[in-house]
Design a protein around this ligand. Structure first.
Ligand code: SF4
Length: 407
């Protein structure tokens, strides 16, 4: 069985490279303009070119999100931007707005179009509509059961991309005005401030300074706080349903999140495609534990089995994590037997450290001494992007990730 595409978010160049090194077949990234997740970093045009060169050298793909819900004022400069992306020969455009699709068909006719989840495709007629319009692939709304997905695939006969992992909105596939109303930052232009995770209180209009807590139970209120989606256990059914691309959400998450999710879903896809049998409990437990190691809320399988009673997180409003992203391996000095690590969080001797290798292995790193480039001993790696040197008996691939566990 041919594995379907594994598609990872690329909030910046580091994450793009990490995704590819850890097993993604394709990545999606936004430009500085016209993309949701405006605060996710996103790529300038020159970074986009660098990213494109990197993925193409590895035989992978880069799709560019142009998925704002455009207003009239947004249309003026779009043709030139789309022409530029066409010249660069990006591998696809992810678009939500029918007007933007129309412009893409005109100004970037050679570039395949994927219709974004923001278009809220929930039935096969809508799928057929976008196919006839010229879309090659559709990202379905997340609010669909497996049966509905299978029917859409059978009847519309179009490439389908399905979100399998990441944060969920409490509104319909991200169509939400809450953030714009409360903070002026619109979710529909990629600037959501996540007010669905805030804590709310009740005020009576004649007592403006008296706040009454809203309590569903002793932990407070959680009506708006969605769990995170995780469809790892459903990968076999989704592969059998003929899904073409498995998409992971999280352009604003860290490179550690990208590495962990890419690695786990790569292993799961390969395992099923090679054996054709369901995962055993032990294997599934190991993968789920690894996914819980990075920042996440409790998991839900969303709507895949129909309406789920477990969509809200009743325990936390903030994500929990069991590992910290400490650095990226940039190389190996064979003369001194030192790994070269670029710092991402304060770490040093005494920390419980692990190296995540790009082939999926995880090795413990017992850090006794930390050096700078001149061989002078450091107590900690304190500065962002500081290069530090660590004794290690073997060379490991550049791009591997250093993390601290809280075992
Ligand atoms: S406020 Fe919450 S529900 Fe609304 S778009 Fe943002 S994350 Fe989604």
């Amino acid at each position: 069985m041919q594995p379907a595409e594994l598609l990872l978010p690329a909030g910046d160049l580091d994450k793009l490279k990490t995704a590819v090194l850890f097993g993604a077949d394709a990545v999606y990234a936004g430009g500085k303009e016209y993309s949701l997740r405006a605060a996710a970093g996103n790529l300038s045009l020159s970074e986009m070119e660098e990213g494109l060169n990197f993925v193409h050298k590895k035989g992978k793909k880069l799709y560019v999100t142009v998925n704002i819900l455009a207003h009239n004022r947004d249309l003026k400069d779009l043709p030139a931007y789309l022409e530029r992306l066409a010249q660069m020969a990006v591998d696809g455009l992810i678009i939500a707005d029918p007007g933007v699709i129309k412009l893409a068909l005109k100004y970037a006719p050679e570039i395949p179009i994927t219709v974004s989840t923001q278009a809220n495709i929930t039935n096969y007629e809508a799928a057929a509509f976008y196919k006839e319009l010229g879309a090659q692939r559709l990202v379905l709304a997340r609010e669909l059961s497996l049966d509905e997905i299978i029917t859409i695939k059978e009847k519309a006969e179009v490439e389908l991309e399905v979100f399998v992992h990441g944060a969920m909105c409490v509104s319909y596939s991200g169509r939400c005005l809450l953030s714009h109303y409360m903070t002026g930052r619109s979710a529909n232009t990629g600037e959501c401030a996540h007010p669905c995770r805030y804590q709310y209180q009740l005020v009576e209009e004649k007592r403006p300074h008296e706040y009454f807590p809203i309590e569903e139970d002793e932990r407070g209120s959680y009506i708006l706080n969605s769990r995170d989606l995780c469809l790892l256990p459903h990968i076999p059914q989704l592969v059998q349903a003929g899904i073409d691309s498995f998409k992971i959400e999280g352009r604003m998450k860290s490179a550690l999140y990208v590495a962990v999710t890419a690695s786990v879903y790569r292993q799961a896809l390969e395992a099923f495609c090679q054996s054709g049998s369901e995962y055993n409990d032990k294997q599934l437990r190991i993968w789920m534990e690894e996914l819980r190691n990075v920042a996440t809320r409790p998991f839900t399988n969303g709507f895949i089995e129909g309406e789920s009673p477990l969509l809200q997180d009743i325990d936390h409003t903030a994500p929990t994590r069991r590992t910290d992203f400490c650095g990226i391996v940039r190389g190996y000095d064979p003369d001194r037997g030192w790994l070269i690590i670029e710092q991402r969080a304060n770490f040093g001797p005494g920390d419980d450290l692990q190296l995540m290798l790009t082939d999926g292995r995880i090795l413990d790193l017992e850090l006794i001494v930390l050096y700078d480039e001149n061989g002078i001993t450091l107590d900690r790696a304190r500065h962002p992007k500081q290069l530090v040197y660590v004794s290690f008996p073997q060379e490991i691939a550049a791009g591997s990730i250093l993390r601290r566990t809280s075992r």
